[in-house]
Structure formats: structure tokens, C-alpha cells
Design a protein around this ligand. Structure first.
Ligand code: INI
Length: 195
């Protein structure tokens, strides 16, 4: 049975001039790591350079909205200041969330063209899942509309671990890695934002 679900193929876009960030939670890391790899794979395939991909983390999905908002604000400060000797980590060192930059760059940079927020919420025995999912969905939407920077919604809200593994391309059903879709969406929105 051909699946009709999933994004239609976008025309191939040139992401070579884009600066993209991935902010991911540190819960359910086996699934997270695969999703992040999938997103990076699509970014690199579209021509985004390794140097222009920043990966940072927050403790859990609930911290994604503040983590994305603060990282974007830091990239704007970085772009407006001289840039020499200022790294993204320096700018975020006063951050209230546990943001750890894996790309230490001191060269002047422009603000991010798009940010991918990745988290995995797995339903437990309580209503915690519902409250976090609702808060994070609305929070990420608000950040992107307030800032104007596209925030790709990479929050998996799954009922079982297996569902999460499947959507990270780690299951037995051959389902594709949803992270790849998010990387492609970031390139498309990043390019369109500059048109
Ligand atoms: O990213 C997640 N955070 C989770 N909780 C932590 C939450 O995101 C915050 O980090 C925490 O509440 C502190 O603010 C999860 N569960 O509780 O199940 C989960 O499944 N995934």
C-alpha cells in the first residue's frame, strides 16, 4: 500500500548560504540522536555547511521554547556586535537553560535562518505528557511568530517507545526518519525567508 502521508517533495533548494540551529532535548536520547542525525543529513544534502549548523541541547522538551528563543536572540547579538572573540556559548553563558553549544565559533555570524526544535515526549501514566505537549507546541509557535525566525516543529508526541523508534527510522516497519523531513523544512523556510 503506498503511503500518502508525509510531505510532498520540495524542489531542490540551495542551502549553502543558510545558518541553521538544532536545539534538542536530552530525554529519550536513543531516539533523539537518530532524529538529529536525520535532520543534519538533510541539511548537509541541501548544501548547508557543517560550520553553519549549530547543535545545542536543553534538559527536556519543556525547555525547547526558551532554548530556541534565547539561542536566536544570542545569534542576533552575535551578528550585530563585532563578532570577534564572541562565541555562541559566551553569549549564552548566562542562559537559564542548559544550552551547550557544540560549535564554538568566534567568527562574525549572521542570525540563524531557521531553527529546528527536537524533542521526544512518551506518554506515561499521568497527564504530564499532555501538559508538556500542549505548552511546547504553543510555545514554539509563539517564538517563531514573535521573532519571525522559522521554528521547525520536531516534537514527537508518542504513546509508546516503539512509536518513537519508528519515527526516528529505528523501527522494523521501515518508516522513514522524521528528522530528515525537519531538515528539509528548515532549508525551505530558510531560503524562502530571504526571497
Ligand atoms: O523531553 C521530555 N521531557 C520530559 N519531561 C521533562 C520536561 O520536559 C522538563 O524538562 C522538566 O519538567 C523540567 O522542566 C518527558 N517526560 O516527563 O516524560 C519526556 O517524555 N520527554
Amino acid at each position: 500500500m503506498t503511503t500518502i502521508k508525509g510531505p510532498g517533495a520540495a524542489q531542490s533548494l540551495d542551502g549553502s548560504g543558510l545558518r541553521i540551529a538544532i536545539v534538542h532535548a536530552r530525554w529519550n536520547t536513543a531516539i533523539i540522536d537518530s532524529l538529529v542525525s536525520g535532520a543534519k543529513k538533510s541539511l548537509l544534502a541541501a548544501g548547508v555547511t557543517e560550520e553553519n549548523i549549530t547543535v545545542q541541547t536543553v534538559p527536556g522538551s519543556y525547555e525547547l521554547p526558551i532554548g530556541v528563543q534565547r539561542l536566536y536572540a544570542a545569534s542576533q547579538v552575535q551578528a550585530s556586535s563585532s563578532g570577534e572573540g564572541i562565541s555562541a556559548t559566551d553569549l549564552l553563558s548566562s542562559s537559564t537553560t542548559d544550552l551547550k553549544s557544540t560549535s564554538q565559533s568566534t567568527s562574525p555570524k549572521k542570525p540563524f535562518d531557521a531553527i529546528i526544535a527536537i524533542g521526544v515526549l512518551i506518554k506515561g501514566a499521568t497527564m504530564h505528557f499532555e501538559y508538556i505537549a500542549d505548552a511546547v507546541s504553543h510555545g514554539l509557535m509563539r517564538v517563531q511568530l514573535d521573532t519571525g525566525v522559522p521554528v521547525i516543529f520536531g516534537l514527537l508526541t508518542v504513546l509508546t517507545e516503539e512509536q518513537g523508534l519508528e519515527r526516528a527510522g529505528l523501527g522494523n516497519s521501515g518508516m522513514h526518519n522524521h528528522g530528515e523531513d525537519w531538515g528539509s523544512a528548515a532549508v525551505e523556510l530558510g531560503v524562502k525567508r530571504r526571497e
